[in-house]
Write a protein that binds this ligand. Structure first.
Ligand SMILES: [Zn+2]
Length: 337
């Protein structure tokens, strides 16, 4: 039996209903970091497996499963941006391997390369599958090329589109795909799973990730990081925040990451002000409530807007220290208005 995440049991059972009469296009959508891609791969493998079990899971031992796990199944194709294929990650932090940045898009050539695949007949049982991940990474040309295939699909072929931004897909693609929304993970099984992965602060990491367990695994290291702890301690007291010392301390940390920490912080400031609750910094209600008490909601909204701009800027900045100084100055200024 091939593993799915513990919070996907219902989704898996519902997918089995589709086995009898699969649509041509299936859109798996839901928040980032809940395992949509892995579920798509498990489903594709199980469709191609020669001996799936009663629950629909691939057997893991037949020739088809063997090919699939080797990435060489003749009836399967995976389309994803080069940035993902190269680091096997979510692409956000893909590093250029040879000076040239790997593409974050799925190109029209990648979609066109499927023509050869469609030209051949299926090897096993007539079923074939193509996983496109993330579907919103298709540029317009690629999406239009795919559309032709969705309109006149080769027999037995299932397109599985994976997306956490379905609103960015062409309406014509949406209308030709069966939309399948994955359930958000329930806290209990997500926390238990995180603990099994060796995450030290499962509850805190899950909250900080915005309830995306797969992101929480990565966040766990950051949560315990000295830089984040020092930053969060400093922003609590804007009046005594030492901009230069803090910028100096943070200059080896990725700037985008620093902005993200501040964005989560600022999200919680607003959330406490407007709704009296926290999302990321659980258990710090009293301190945060006191901090936002004298601050106008409009100021907190301006802080969030400022940080959105700063996040874009952080990806292109040439002088980390200068960028951080300006970031922290702006924060202090807004908070002391
Ligand atoms: Zn099998």
């Amino acid at each position: 039996m091939q593993e799915i995440y513990p919070w996907q049991k219902n989704d898996w059972a519902n997918l089995q209903e589709l086995r009898k009469r699969p649509p041509h296009g299936l859109l798996l959508k839901g928040t980032q970091g809940i395992g949509k891609f892995d579920l798509a791969m498990r489903f594709a493998q199980s469709l191609l497996c020669e001996h799936p079990d009663a629950a629909g899971f691939a057997c893991g031992v037949c020739p088809s499963c063997h090919w699939f796990s080797q990435g060489s199944h003749p009836d399967f194709r995976l389309l994803q941006p080069d940035a993902l294929s190269q680091d096997g990650d979510d692409g956000e932090d893909a590093k250029p391997a040879s000076g040239k940045k790997p593409s974050k898009q799925i190109s029209v050539d990648q979609v066109r390369s499927l023509a050869d695949f469609f030209g051949m007949s299926a090897h096993q049982g007539g079923r074939r599958a193509v996983v496109i991940h993330p579907a919103e990474a298709m540029n317009t040309n690629a999406a239009n090329a795919l559309l032709k295939n969705l309109e006149e699909p080769p027999a037995g072929l299932l397109f599985i589109l994976v997306s956490h931004k379905p609103q960015q897909l062409l309406p014509t693609i949406l209308s030709r795909s069966l939309s399948f929304a994955l359930s958000p993970p329930d806290t209990e099984s997500a926390v238990r799973w995180l603990a099994e992965q060796g995450v030290k602060n499962p509850g805190e990491a899950l909250a900080a990730s915005g309830f995306s367990p797969l992101q929480a695994v990565k966040l766990d290291e950051q949560i315990g990081s000295e830089e984040r702890t020092k930053l969060l301690r400093a922003v609590r007291q804007p009046e005594s925040l030492d901009v230069f010392a803090l910028a100096e301390m943070l200059q080896k940390t990725e700037q985008v990451l620093v902005v993200q920490w501040l964005q989560q912080w600022s999200y919680d400031l607003s959330s406490m002000k407007l709704a009296g609750k926290l999302r990321y910094h659980l258990g710090e209600d009293a301190a945060i409530r006191k901090l936002v008490e004298p601050i106008a909601p409009l100021t907190l909204a301006r802080l969030q807007k400022y940080l959105q701009g700063a996040k874009r800027e952080a990806q292109h900045t040439l002088n980390p220290k200068l960028f951080l100084e300006s970031l922290l100055f702006s924060y202090r200024q807004l908070m002391l208005e």
